[in-house]
Design a protein around this ligand. Structure first.
Ligand code: HEC
Ligand code: HEC
Length: 224
């Protein structure tokens, strides 16, 4: 009897310890191995991509990009970019390293479906003459499409309405300045970003980010 009680209390202590440990470790991404449904796979993305206004402080404070409503093919391309090191952002590299091709395809399809209704081809807001000249100089719409929301290839990103502070960080990352902890290697956008000063990139980001787009931050409960 006493033995049973002692055993039981040992078990209770063990369970409680596990619980405390599990709670302390809660912000860490869920183990990918356990994820079978797409909701379970997305559980490790929610904490950053599904909280309105959620900011990252690296490499500077900016909102985490919206992925709900982004093209599936681009989401897969971006995730592979983190996985193979073309994109150096350390957190996303760590996340992408644990994703299989199947995980990426499932997550991309899941997020693509969360798009807002398609936007009109003509941007509701005209750019300033300065921004119009910058957009013209690199023919941004020739790839990112009408209203910067209908890319000519689904492997290219929709950028209209994306958080402006994130667009600015992304544009600077393509310059690949001598800083190997951030940065993105992309032949196309590398050549384009380098034609502009950071002030010009900021003006471009602010205009494109101010447009109506198809992406959104879709709050989700971790416990559905
Ligand atoms: C700890 C916060 C965090 C978590 C968790 C996280 N992300 Fe991210 N994600 C970011 C940040 C910050 C960026 C921007 C990185 C950069 O500057 O390249 C990003 C970028 C991305 C991009 C590129 C977006 C674009 O417009 O190019 C995709 C796609 C993405 N994440 C998907 C995911 C998926 C899928 C998951 C879950 C499996 C996930 N992320 C989990 C913070 C996070
Ligand atoms: C020749 C085609 C082309 C042109 C022209 C072009 N882009 Fe891009 N852009 C791309 C591709 C492809 C990517 C995805 C690169 C990658 O995989 O990181 C991209 C990525 C981006 C991103 C990153 C989006 C994200 O979610 O991380 C931004 C911002 C961007 N472009 C803005 C612009 C702006 C502003 C211009 C004009 C000054 C422009 N692009 C011109 C093809 C183009």
């Amino acid at each position: 009897m006493t033995r049973t009680i002692r055993l039981l209390s040992a078990l209770v202590v063990a369970c409680a310890t596990n619980l405390v440990f599990a709670q302390a470790a809660a912000p860490a991404p869920a183990a990918p191995a356990a994820a079978t449904t797409v909701e379970a796979k997305a559980a490790m993305c929610i904490g950053c991509h599904s909280i309105p206004g959620y900011q990252s402080s690296f490499p500077e404070v900016h909102r985490v990009p919206m992925i709900s409503g982004q093209s599936a093919k681009y989401i897969v391309a971006a995730l592979n970019g983190y996985k193979n090191g073309d994109r150096k952002h350390p957190t996303m590299r760590g996340i992408a390293a644990g994703l299989t091709e199947q995980d990426m395809a499932d997550l991309a399809a899941y997020y693509e479906k969360q798009a807002k209704p398609a936007v009109a081809d003509k941007p509701a807001r005209e750019p300033s003459p300065q921004v119009a000249a910058l957009l013209q100089k690199a023919a941004c719409a020739s790839c990112h499409g009408a209203n910067f929301s209908k890319p000519i290839d689904p492997g290219y990103p929709k950028i209209a309405g994306q958080h402006a502070d994130y667009l600015f960080v992304a544009l600077k990352a393509y310059k690949g300045e001598p800083n190997n902890v951030v940065g993105r290697t992309n032949g196309v956008m590398g050549g384009i970003s380098k034609q502009f000063t950071n002030a010009e990139l900021k003006a471009l980001a602010q205009y494109v980010g101010s447009l109506e787009g198809e992406m959104q931050v879709k709050p989700q409960s971790r416990f559905r």
